[in-house]
Write a protein that binds this ligand. Structure first.
Ligand code: SF4
Length: 726
């Protein structure tokens, strides 16, 4: 696992370039997909094709083998990296090749074929510009699509000038690119073997789709007489017609290009003449067209992933990189921290767990905060945060944490083995909150003493720079229990869900929600309900989260059956009800709660749309607000309701387009991640301190967002529901 020192160093050296490039890609994605009227349909179509292809994979592999052999090529199904490398080195040796030119291929990175061939004395040349820069620099890729994304133009110029010592120092992007093209052109014409990856391989015709920005894959194939294509078995899809949604989506999702510069469809062995570049005399048509083609399909753990109900979804991944680009933590530290042996970004956990094992996934798995911003970005609708959670759970179960006695009694969880002490503490925060409330204000005073903070830093790795929540003596539930409803002729009846923070820490927002709902004619009850399970789920404690989900639904179901709506103030808990409970509960129980629960502003918006009088709420009198919505609220498409209601009430609202505040529940409390959390938060701080925004009152929907903004700004933020109750 990357330490705070390592993350700090990466943020210092690579952070600026990674942030600029990934944020640019991410903005490009939004722009580009907005122009696709059938974007969601294309995603569903792509997903269905991958589901079908992985389901029928053995059959498709047989069909593809037959097709390629009929076309005149060879197929080799390699069990693992060593098997694949042995085959490739034999092909290269049989061809008596001195040089292999490669186009970009993550699968070839995975098997480390360069090292194998170089050990045999073969000159292996990367022809993708980014890969070549890294080969010259002897560095590892930091991004699955743009491998040198962490390098600035200046650092590449410095590298080229030092290594190649050109007559005139290189400086501009154009000079650097031209120089690289000339160098690579010389290498390509002398090569005997061309090694490519394949974005997709179609079983029906053996046609491969290669998606590149530079056209170098096509050159690599055309300029050599022996083509070796290396691809994971999951790249096989049934037909050329099935390529359509992927071609539409892959460039838009990854780099924000409507279509990548080159989409090469090859059905090897290609019939293009093999040109002798030293022969200027012979017409092209007279060169020999004899070519060899070897398709090396690699298992390397994939077939086992296919049998794994949770990791199987990883095989639908088309490696577009949208999950990396849309991830706030990735934008700060890049793939050298947020990645394993080969793969980086959100989905890397699935790939690395399946291919390399849990140990490698454990190195970076905790960098996924479950913010879910990658979910809508993924063109094949993979639930990437869920894969991260499941793998975290498996990593926890492999752990051996001997110090359970330290938190004995604070960890009434359902984990059979031992997640780390820190994870068990945060995963059982409900117990901590109950204790904190029962003993407040002493608990708050005690927790803030220097000695306590030192103990928490030592035992739990809680960063002393982070302010701790302050528990209320009277919970939201207790307050509600001691009052009568003010509504005589209710229009609707509802339960306000007392989430963990509203119940124990930010009780005022619960009271505000009740006041607002009653003003709009809703009869409200606030029963005692278990916490949603968000806290244990974020620590990878899936069994404990499931227990919470069951307790929550057992308590809420009678109210729902009685016709009450469930209103949720905290967006991350609402997201549990709408998304994660689907994985934790049976379908009927999940659906019942999901269909009857509403984020509080979604509900208020609905009430106003259905005739409730906005005049029952206090007027905003044009007060200027800056609103930051919550990441999971955005994923559910619910941030617009808050803005609409505030505007109806007469507020002047500007919204932040920063998608993640960086706090993410317990993440920002952890010593290893505090500085990363603040680095991510800095983007939000910049927006909230920008001209025209710096004097606005700040409101935010999420507990974590409120805590983070409080730490980032002089101004104290509040939940928007509190404005409507003033
Ligand atoms: S998981 Fe989805 S978003 Fe991430 S790289 Fe794969 S296809 Fe792209």
């Amino acid at each position: 696992m990357a330490t705070a020192d390592e993350l700090r160093e990466l943020m210092r050296t690579e952070g600026a370039a990674v942030a600029e490039n990934t944020q640019g890609f991410n903005e490009g994605r939004y722009r580009s997909v907005a122009e696709l009227s059938d974007y969601e349909e294309l995603k569903s179509e792509a997903r269905a094709i991958k589901e079908d292809a992985i389901e029928r994979l053995p059959e498709l592999l047989d069909e593809l083998t037959e097709t390629v052999e009929e076309n005149g090529g060879t197929v080799y199904l390699a069990d693992d990296a060593a098997d694949a490398n042995d085959y490739i080195r034999e092909v290269v040796a049989d061809r008596d090749a001195d040089r292999v030119v490669k186009s970009k291929s993550m699968t070839s990175e995975e098997i480390e074929v360069n090292d194998t061939l170089e050990a045999d004395g073969v000159d292996v040349v990367e022809t993708d510009l980014g890969e070549w820069v890294l080969q010259v620099a002897d560095e590892a890729p930091s991004h699955i699509v743009a491998p040198a994304i962490h390098k600035s133009r200046e650092s590449i110029a410095e590298l080229f000038n030092e290594v190649f010592d050109p007559d005139e120092p290189l400086e501009t992007a154009e000079e650097l690119t031209r120089f690289a093209r000339e160098k690579l052109g010389e290498k390509i014409v002398d090569a005997e073997v061309g090694l490519t990856g394949a974005n997709f391989v179609t079983a029906e015709s053996g046609t491969m789709a290669l998606v590149t920005s530079e056209g170098n894959a096509r050159k690599t194939v055309a300029a050599t007489d022996t083509h070796v294509a290396v691809a994971g078995v999951e790249k096989v899809i049934p037909t050329v017609g099935d390529l359509h949604p992927f071609v539409e989506l892959i460039g838009r999702s990854g780099t924000g290009q409507d279509i990548t510069s080159y989409v090469s469809l090859l059905t090897p062995p290609v019939e293009t003449p093999v040109v002798d570049f030293d022969d200027d005399e012979t017409p092209l048509s007279e060169f020999d067209t004899d070519r060899e083609f070897h398709l090396v399909l690699i298992d390397n753990g994939r077939m086992a992933m296919r049998e794994d109900d949770q990791l199987r979804e990883t095989l639908y991944c088309i490696r577009c990189s949208a999950c990396a680009n849309s991830c706030a933590n990735f934008q700060s530290v890049g793939g050298h921290a947020f990645g394993g042996e080969t793969y980086s970004g959100g989905i890397a956990t699935g790939w690395e767990a399946g291919i390399e094992g849990l140990d490698v996934a454990a190195e970076f798995n905790d960098l996924c905060t479950g913010c879910s911003r990658c979910v809508n970005a993924c063109p094949v609708e993979i639930d990437i945060p869920w894969i991260n959670t499941v793998v975290r759970d498996r990593i926890n179960r492999e752990g051996d944490e001997p110090a359970d006695w330290l938190v004995d009694g604070l960890t009434p969880d359902a984990e059979p083995d031992s997640p780390s002490l820190q994870k068990r503490f945060f995963g059982n925060f409900e117990t901590v909150a109950k204790l904190g409330t029962a003993t407040a204000p002493v608990s708050n005073w005690l927790a803030s003493t220097g000695l306590s903070r030192k103990a928490m830093a030592w035992a739990l790795d809680i960063d002393p720079r982070r302010e701790l929540p302050s528990f209320e003596r009277e919970t939201f539930v207790d307050w509600a229990r001691n009052r009568d409803s003010t509504v005589e002729d209710p229009q609707r009846r509802a339960v306000v869900y007392p989430d963990l923070y509203t119940n124990h820490v930010q009780v005022s927002r619960g009271k505000a929600a009740v006041k607002v709902l009653e003003a709009l004619g809703v009869d409200v009850v606030v029963p005692a309900v278990a916490s949603s399970g968000r806290a244990p789920l974020s620590q990878g404690m899936v069994a404990t989260a499931r227990t919470h989900a069951q307790r929550v639904t057992e308590t809420l179901a009678p109210h729902v059956d009685d016709g009450r709506d469930v209103i949720v103030i905290e967006p991350s808990d609402h997201a549990m009800f709408q998304r994660e409970y689907e994985k934790l509960l049976d379908e009927a129980t999940f659906t019942d709660l999901a269909e009857n629960s509403y984020e509080v502003f979604e509900y208020v918006y609905g009430l106003l749309e259905n005739g409730a009088a906005v005049g029952q709420l206090p007027s905003g009198d044009d007060e200027a607000l800056a609103y930051h919505s919550h990441c999971q609220q955005r994923t559910l498409g619910l941030e617009a309701h808050t803005v609409a209601v505030l505007e109806q009430c007469g507020y002047d609202v500007v919204t932040s387009d920063v998608e993640c505040c960086g706090m993410a529940g317990s993440f920002g409390y952890k010593s290893d991640y505090y500085e990363l959390s603040m680095d991510v938060g800095d983007r939000l701080r910049e927006q909230l301190e920008a001209n025209g925004v710096q004097d606005r009152r700040v409101v935010a929907s999420g507990t974590s967002c409120l805590e983070q903004i409080d730490a980032l700004l002089e101004r104290h933020p509040s939940h928007p529901i509190e404005l409507l109750a003033e």
